[in-house]
Design a protein around this ligand. Structure first.
Ligand code: GLU
Length: 290
């Protein structure tokens, strides 16, 4: 079976060190298995998309020597696919309309208020997935055996939002399935989404890929590197900076790779890479690294 990995950035800002680690980590996992490595632009959450950042991310991947296979897939162009998945789930009775507003819900676990049907006089807002009442287990290449009872930990979750947009949890599963992805290697913040995604895969009759959740990178103050962080803005994509930053990313992935032209660094990383050496804990960067 051909290994197919992917990097699935959200174009909500420039590539930052956390997303570079996800890109390089997923590239290493796929390439060491002789597999394909795809790039999927997760531009489904249109209000959060920052114009130009998708192009910036692709340009940055190029500067880092991370070459993808085939055409970039854009979620915003695949709406019929998500529509069809919802139709199938609806036919199976696995989703339902929900009238609850965020303000009415307390805590992270949906109590199932609209499971039996929407109360009279209330308006349908979001669509939720009826989660199975069971423990979902998977083996993560970095975190080991993970078990989660989705019903208890998240409850029925949203697959189509009140604003009409398809939810990340749905589209990621549909896309990984449709693209034949066999390896999901991504940031550690998504470890807690995986059981929900497996529940959806099962409902849609899709194969579960292998999972590896990379160390989450936080700044010196413990905050997740993100959109407003400004780490790795494009103006710093000059070659010396790229070499240094790639060396930092490789260190986070458990390897010492000396600064060199990016392609050479990637070749060296491929020789050295050992998933068993990737740390599972959160990595806090010293101030000068970001
Ligand atoms: N688009 C998501 C993000 O940038 C990643 C999705 C995934 O890898 O499953 O956080």
């Amino acid at each position: 079976m051909t290994v197919i990995g992917r990097f699935a950035p959200s174009p909500t800002g420039p590539l930052h060190l956390g997303s570079l680690v996800a890109a390089a980590g997923s590239w290493l996992f796929a390439r060491r298995a002789g597999g394909r490595w795809l790039v999927r632009m997760e531009d489904i959450d249109t209000p959060r998309v920052v114009r130009g950042s998708a192009e910036e991310i692709l340009a940055a991947l190029g500067r880092y020597g991370l070459e993808w296979d085939g055409e970039v897939v854009w979620q915003s162009r695949r709406l019929p696919l998500y529509e069809e998945a919802l139709r199938r789930l609806r036919d199976e009775g696995l989703i339902y309309d929900c009238a609850c507003s965020r303000a009415e819900l307390e805590g992270a676990v949906y109590p199932g208020t609209c499971r039996p049907g929407i109360a009279a006089g209330r308006q349908a807002r979001a669509i939720r997935f009826r989660v199975p009442d069971e423990v979902i287990a998977f083996d993560d290449a970095i975190h080991g055996h993970v078990e989660e009872h989705v019903g208890r930990d998240s409850g029925d979750f949203v697959v189509r939002r009140a604003d009409g947009l398809f939810a990340y949890q749905l589209v990621v599963v549909v896309d990984d399935g449709e693209q034949g992805v066999t390896q999901v290697v991504r940031g550690g913040d998504l470890l807690t989404s995986t059981a929900r995604q497996i529940a959806l895969q099962r409902a849609l009759g899709l194969h579960a890929p292998e999972y590896a959740h990379l160390p989450l990178v936080v700044d010196a103050d413990g905050a997740k590197l993100g959109k407003r962080d400004g780490a790795l803005p494009l103006p710093s994509l000059d070659e010396p900076r790229v070499r240094e930053t790639l060396a930092v990313a490789m260190r986070i992935l458990g390897m010492e790779v000396a600064p060199a032209p990016p392609r050479e660094m990637l070749d060296e990383a491929l020789r050295l890479f050992d998933p068993a050496r990737v740390p599972s804990q959160v990595i806090a960067l010293p101030r000068e690294d970001h």
